[in-house]
Ligand binder design. Structure first.
Ligand code: 5GP
Ligand code: MG
Length: 199
């Protein structure tokens, strides 16, 4: 584990990433309490939408793991939980999207809710919705923790989004930068000097 220092006054965190011994600073955008309140409020919206209808949750690995764990414990209806994996990022730029649905549950005639960490350009969610549609579910909706402002390149929106955020590269609460930072309990912006140094 890395050494962490915090300064409440500046809301700035500095810590060592143990695997690389690099020191990167991050600026907190959404603290833990704010995130949990947002997830609770999104789960209430989801509950209102489905009522007591059983739902099959499909989490998009790896970024959704933390949201998935918090969200399913707040949803008060019969649930099945499965995962698929997508990966498209190398550093902070999008590469070719890869989707692995081998671990997915049978979703035929089921009401499916896709859970992902962030809606950025929207290409990932659009492709996942279209892929799952081929398995003949009864319905497909989507929920994300974060939606970036002004980045959308597709003709769809997530059905549920806990927070709109500015167009900055964020990490924490499941979101990574080169596989680090997923464990942070808050969402933070990685300082651009660190992106430039390590991207
Ligand atoms: P999209 O296809 O909507 O452009 O991007 C969606 C995926 O890209 C997300 O599921 C996430 O994995 C990754 N992504 C997009 N923006 C960010 C960001 O600001 N930080 C991190 N860590 N990942 C992001
Ligand atoms: Mg993702």
């Amino acid at each position: 584990m890395g050494l962490r220092e915090t300064s409440d006054r500046h809301r700035r965190f500095a810590f060592w990433v143990s695997s690389e011994s690099t020191r990167n600073s991050v600026r907190v955008l959404l603290d833990e309490e704010t995130i949990l309140a947002g997830v609770a409020s999104m789960s209430a919206e989801i509950r209102d939408c489905y009522g007591d209808t059983p739902v099959t949750i499909i989490g998009v690995l790896t970024g959704s793991v933390v949201l998935l764990a918090d969200l399913i414990r707040k949803l008060d209806m019969p649930l099945r939980v499965g995962v698929i994996q997508t990966s498209s990022y190398e550093g902070t730029s999008r590469g070719k999207l890869r989707v692995n649905s081998e671990l997915m549950l049978d979703i035929r005639d089921r009401h499916v809710l896709i859970v992902d960490d962030i809606f950025d350009t929207g290409h990932t969610l659009t492709e996942v919705v279209s892929l799952l549609g081929k398995f003949q579910p009864a319905s497909v909706r989507s929920a994300v923790l974060l939606k970036k402002t002004g980045r959308k390149e597709v003709d769809m929106d997530p059905d549920f989004a806990a927070f709109d955020i500015p167009d900055e590269f964020v990490v924490g609460y499941g979101l990574d930068y080169n596989d680090a930072y997923r464990d942070l309990p808050f969402v933070a912006v990685l300082e651009s000097k660190d992106l430039a140094e390590h991207g």
